[in-house]
Design a protein around this ligand. Structure first.
Ligand code: AMP
Ligand code: MG
Length: 323
C-alpha cells in the first residue's frame, strides 16, 4: 500500500514515538520500524524483567550475562561517551537514576544515606564487556545499568537504517524528542523550559540530521523552592546543577547526540562546548538565567525565536556563541 503521508504513533522507551513517512510511504516499512523499536525496548528497558539490562543488573556481583550483539554495541558506545564526558554520562549510575525516579514519583526526597550509597555503586571502569564471550558483568552487588539516556538514540539510528535500506526519500523519526530528519528540510520545535509542555522556545530547520534534546524540565519535582529532576550528576548522586535547563544537539548519530546531550546537561556549557566542537556537533543551550546560546554553525537554521519566558524573566536573550 502506497500513501502520500503515513504516520504511526506508539509507546516504547517510556515515551511516545512517531514515525512519519512522506512520499513513497509504505505501511510494511512503518511496521518494520515499529517492530524493531519494540524489540530494542524489550532488550534495553530496566522495566522489562527479562531484558538484557535487567538480567545484567540482577546478576551484578554474581556472574557475567550473555547479551544480544545490539546490547553489546550500545554498551560499548555508552562507555565511550562516559569517558569523553569525564563520567558525566554514566550508564552505571543506574542505582542513582532509580532512586531519583522513585523520588520523582513520590515527590519525597531520598535520604542522604541512600543517595551516598547509590552514588558509590557507579563505576564506568567496573563494567566488564567480554567481546569474545559476548557477556557483560557488573562486579559489585547492587550495581545497576540504565540505558534511559541513550536507548532512544540508538533505536532512532536503526530506524533510519531501515528507511535507507528501502530508499525512503522523506521521513521523520521522533522517538520521544530524539528526532532524525531524512530528506526534505523540516522545522523541529525546541521546548521552552520555562513554559508548559508544547510551548516552543523556537524552531530549528534541519535536513538529513539528528536533533536531540535533554532537559531537566522534563521530569522532576519542586520542594521548598528547589527543583529535583531526572538527570543525575554521577559524581554527587544528586540531580545535576550545571545551570543548563536544556541542551539540544544537532549532528549525524542520534545515539551519540542522545548520550552527549544527557552528559552535557551534567557537565555544563563551559566543559561541554569544547567536547561538542571537537566532534562537529552544533548545540542550543538554554540556561537558568533565560539565556539561549546557539553555536555559530546554526546561524540561519534557528527560526521564530520566541522571547517569552517564565514569570521570573521578562525576556529571553538569544545569542550566537563565537567560533
Ligand atoms: P535523556 O532524556 O536522554 O537525557 O535521559 C535521561 C535518562 O537517562 C534518565 O531518566 C535516566 O534514566 C538516565 N540518566 C540520568 N542521568 C544520567 C547520567 N548522568 N548518565 C547516564 N544516564 C543518565
Ligand atoms: Mg540522552
Amino acid at each position: 500500500m502506497r500513501n502520500k503521508v503515513l504516520q504511526k504513533i506508539f509507546p516504547a522507551f517510556g515515551t511516545i514515538n512517531t514515525i512519519t513517512l512522506y512520499d513513497n510511504a509504505d505501511l510494511d516499512i512503518v511496521q518494520q520500524i515499529k517492530k524493531r523499536a519494540l524489540e530494542q525496548h524489550q532488550r534495553f528497558s530496566v522495566f522489562e524483567s527479562g531484558s538484557d539490562i535487567s538480567r545484567i543488573n540482577e546478576q551484578a556481583g554474581r556472574k557475567p550475562v550473555s547479551v544480544h550483539q545490539d546490547t553489546f554495541f550500545v554498551l560499548s558506545h555508552a562507555l565511550a561517551y562516559g569517558r569523553q564526558t569525564q563520567g558525566a554520562f554514566d550508564i552505571t549510575s543506574g542505582a542513582s537514576s532509580r532512586l531519583w525516579r522513585e523520588a520523582i514519583y513520590s515527590g519525597k526526597l531520598p535520604s542522604e544515606a541512600d543517595i551516598a550509597e547509590c552514588c558509590g555503586l557507579k563505576g564506568l571502569n567496573d563494567l566488564i564487556l567480554d567481546k569474545a564471550d559476548g557477556t557483560v558483568f557488573l562486579p559489585r552487588k547492587g550495581q545497576q545499568i540504565d540505558l534511559g539516556g541513550i536507548a532512544k538514540g540508538y533505536a532512532a539510528d536503526e530506524a533510519v537504517q531501515i528507511l535507507k535500506k528501502y530508499k525512503i526519500p522523506n521521513a521523520v523519526i521522533n522517538f520521544g524528542g530524539t528526532v532524525v530528519v531524512l530528506g526534505k528540510a523540516k522545522r523541529i520545535g525546541i521546548q521552552n523550559p520555562f513554559q508548559k509542555s508544547g510551548e516552543r522556545m523556537g524552531d530549528i530547520e534541519i535536513k538529513n540530521k539528528a536533533v536531540v534534546t535533554s532537559g531537566s524540565y522534563e521530569r522532576g519535582f519542586t520542594l521548598k523552592g528547589r527543583r529535583y529532576h531526572h538527570i543525575i550528576d554521577p559524581r554527587t548522586g544528586w540531580p545535576a546543577e550545571s545551570g543548563l535547563l536544556s541542551v539540544t544537539l544537532i549532528g549525524d548519530s542520534a545515539m551519540e547526540l542522545d548520550g552527549l546531550a544527557t552528559g552535557v546537561c551534567v557537565l555544563g556549557e563551559q566543559k561541554g562546548l569544547p567536547l561538542l566542537k571537537r566532534r562537529g556537533i552544533e548545540a542550543v543551550f538554554i540556561n537558568d538565567a533565560g539565556e539561549v546560546k546557539i553555536t555559530p554553525g546554526l546561524q540561519g537554521n534557528m527560526l521564530q525565536k520566541r522571547r517569552v519566558c517564565g514569570a521570573e524573566f521578562r525576556k529571553t536573550k538569544f545569542f550566537f556563541l563565537k567560533k
